[in-house]
Design a protein around this ligand. Structure first.
Ligand code: ADP
Ligand code: MG
Length: 249
């Protein structure tokens, strides 16, 4: 049994079958990459894992418990954090204030928006947030307004906002999209460090094959809403079906 078990998940948007019989088993303490062309259903699948979408049929089990029917904040409290394809940070708040939101949301079990209210007077959590910022090398930017930061820094902040929750399962939707090469490499190094520390499983959607092959233990190729193949990075690299469906050969 993997820490994450997706069984026969289907999801339709009107006439479009976005996910068709998706099965996915993610082993504990591994990095599992999901790759596939645009529109393959990758983000839809992640949305089904975090309660943002509800599958039409099928089951999603995390650490032996069903996530279906639970609200996103409840799933977050179960130990799943998620980095969005477009950073979801609060531009009007400083970097530090942004960091306090997931800390409070985890503690109080509320939506991120509600957690903002008590952001400013939480000393212990502040220290935790600061040490996470130090880890992602952003402590010097703690008082900057998030909106004024570079795209790479916004993404790094969002990742820190997930990691500070010490999730058992971290879901990353294209974490390096739009990043310059240097930022991408920093992200790879950060995720490698987080992985090496242990007690975390990651599911990463990623287009950049350098990122995928640097981090993944297993790779699932999704095409038109259905897993085409799942294998080790070595085997995926040479797989003819993958080259055809994904690399367009
Ligand atoms: P990917 O992340 O692999 O690029 P998505 O999961 O975002 O793909 O989308 C899969 C398919 O579902 C696409 O055809 C997309 O247009 C469609 N889709 C995604 N979300 C919605 C939605 N909320 N309503 C209608 N169609 C959607
Ligand atoms: Mg997507």
């Amino acid at each position: 049994m993997g820490i994450l078990e997706v069984k026969d998940v289907n999801k339709r948007f009107g006439g479009l079958q976005a996910l068709g019989n998706v099965n996915l088993s993610v082993a504990d303490n591994t990095v599992h990459a999901i790759i596939g062309p645009n529109g393959a259903g990758k983000s839809t699948l992640l949305n089904c894992l975090v309660g943002k979408l509800i599958p039409d049929t099928g089951s999603v089990m995390f650490a032996g418990q069903s996530v279906l029917g639970r609200k996103p904040f409840e799933i977050n409290q179960m130990g799943i954090s998620r980095v969005f394809q477009t950073p979801e940070i609060f531009g009007d708040l400083t970097v530090m204030e942004n960091m306090m939101i997931p800390c409070l949301a985890k503690r109080d079990g509320s939506f991120r928006m509600h957690a903002i209210e008590s952001v400013l007077d939480e000393k212990a959590l502040r220290e935790k947030a600061e040490s996470m910022l130090e880890e992602v090398k952003m402590l010097d930017k703690r008082n900057m307004h998030a909106a004024s930061m570079s795209r790479g820094d916004k993404r790094r902040l969002e990742m820190a906002m997930c990691l500070v929750q010490e999730p058992r399962l971290l879901l990353l939707d294209e974490p390096t999209a739009g990043m310059a090469r240097a930022d991408t490499n920093n992200t790879i190094d950060l995720l490698k460090e987080i992985k090496a520390r242990g007690n975390i499983t990651m599911c990463i959607i990623e287009h950049d094959m350098h990122v995928v092959f640097s981090l993944a233990d297993r790779i699932t190729v999704l095409a038109q809403g259905t897993p085409l193949v799942e294998d080790t990075p070595e085997n995926i690299k040479g797989h003819p079906k993958v080259r055809e469906a994904y690399l367009g050969e």
